[in-house]
Design a protein around this ligand. Structure first.
Ligand code: DLL
Length: 438
């Protein structure tokens, strides 16, 4: 089933909507956000110079750093009392990236999710268990209201407490699982461990996954473990949250909601726009958002676009699976983590020196982040309780700032590797296979 007519427009209809949306959005930001006005002035352009989406390439990019500089509400085009929701994702340093929604933005958001979940095969008859963490993360609330909009029965179980999740799945007859792909795999393992056969004892028919990357091999594993159709969704807080694009049941790329988002693919080095089919960094311009419209937002995610017709009948452009990122952002259990944030926390503590190493590992299907930190001086080594306190303090600070648990390993002064060139502080072992933590 197709939820909205906007999914099957002709190319010229889509372009007309985008041309108008682009002009409206430019006027909106130019007149309401001094920072944008200055940025455009520096490029000697005003909204009048932008006639159609062909002119998009002349506009300046927006980056996470622009949001950081304007923390928390500086890029919003509405007053605070017109906002009715705030979400946030990781910033590159201590402060998060804050995003806001007007009432209309929230309506748009649930409409987009309604489209994407319908595209994946969800209907009013479904029972959807949302195992994304509720909170500042956009994943849970985004899916929640879209699934309610189509009339599905929503179970807001949030993430964690896995055995209970399995029990609820069984008792409520859950048909759709919403989670990160890695959590879905972990849940299947836990189900088996507690004597529940995911294929036979449950009623699950599909999964709506996203928030982190996954390979086709991982999709196959999920489909085999649960006996379901696993579809993928892409989005990002700054752009709206989930709701930017998603797969239909043909699983051949994620349909972008083009009447709300204009995608471009650029070469991240030259910043030139690349032709259809070429891989590069995804850049998105929002054309219907009220509170936080973004012009040419550099997602740092690497993908490619195809305008080939899809067997489902939708005419929207599709983006390929994300192939990686152009920056150093790590995704640990769906949570975005910048190494700079970790460094920020560590360097504020006088007991530890400036040397650290981050190792990403897997136990089963779950990610773990281990951080080796060098003590500033040896005297701490004499007191076990002082070491334990310090470890707890670091762990707590990282949990507060990053929202993830890290395993802290304190090591003696001057024992971590020193670098003469670029420091290599991150080792990602997650794709090496096997259990990496005992
Ligand atoms: O992860 C929004 C979302 C939630 C999308 C739930 C889909 C489902 P952020 O926390 O701001 O927002 O993280 C955005 O996550 O730039 C990508 O690097 C990564 N990401 C999100 N979805 C996918 C995906 C949400 N399907 C960042 N494949 C993005 C690969 C993804 N990476």
């Amino acid at each position: 089933m197709i939820w909205a007519r906007e999914e099957i427009l002709t190319r010229s209809e889509i372009i007309n909507i985008q041309n108008k949306g682009l002009k409206d959005t430019l006027n909106r930001i130019y007149n309401n956000v001094p920072y944008y006005k200055e940025k455009m002035k520096a490029k000697k352009i005003t909204p009048k110079d932008i006639e159609t989406i062909i002119d998009l390439k002349n506009l300046p990019f927006t980056e996470k750093d622009d949001l950081r500089k304007n923390y928390p509400f500086g890029l919003f085009t509405v007053k605070k009392d017109e906002l009715i929701r705030i979400h946030a994702s990781s910033g590159t340093t201590g402060k998060p990236t804050v995003v806001g929604y007007t009432r209309k933005d929230l309506e748009t958001w649930s409409e987009l999710i309604a489209r994407l979940v319908t595209m994946a095969g969800a209907t009013q008859k479904d029972v959807a268990q949302i195992a994304f963490g509720y909170g500042l993360f956009t994943g849970a609330f985004g899916l929640h209201y879209g699934l309610e909009k189509i009339g599905a029965l929503v179970v807001p179980s949030s993430s964690g407490n896995t055995e209970k999740q399995i029990m609820l799945m069984k008792d409520f007859g859950t048909t759709i699982l919403v989670s990160t792909p890695s959590y879905a795999l972990h849940m299947a393992e836990v189900a088996k461990k507690i004597g529940v056969n995911p294929k036979e004892d449950l009623n699950l028919k599909m999964g709506l996954f996203g928030g982190e990357g996954s390979t086709e091999a991982m999709r196959n594993e999920i489909q085999n473990a649960w006996g379901i159709l696993a579809t993928e969704n892409y989005g990002m807080s700054e752009l709206i949250g989930p709701g930017v694009s998603g797969e239909c049941t043909h699983l051949c790329g994620m349909h972008i909601c083009e009447d709300h988002f204009i995608p471009e693919i650029i070469d991240p080095d030259t910043k030139e726009v690349l032709p259809e089919g070429e891989e590069g960094e995804l850049v998105i311009t929002t054309i219907t958002k009220e509170a936080l419209p973004l012009i040419r937002y550099r997602t740092k995610d690497i993908t490619s676009l195809t305008y080939e017709p899809c067997a489902c009948g939708r005419t929207t452009v599709r983006m390929a699976k994300i192939q990686g990122r152009t920056d150093d952002m790590l995704i640990v259990r769906g949570v975005n983590v910048f190494p700079s944030q970790i460094e920020d926390v560590l360097l504020k503590m006088k007991e530890i020196g400036p040397h650290y190493e981050i190792v990403l590992k897997k136990r089963g299907y779950l990610d773990f982040m281990e951080i080796k930190v060098e003590l500033a001086d040896e005297s701490l080594l004499e007191s076990y309780s002082a070491l334990e306190r310090l470890e707890k303090k670091i762990k707590h600070q990282l949990q507060v700032i990053l929202g993830v648990d890290a395993i802290i390993k304190l090591v003696e002064p001057k024992t971590l590797q020193r670098f003469v060139g670029k420091a290599k502080r991150i080792t990602d072992l997650r794709n090496e296979g096997g259990n990496q933590i005992g």
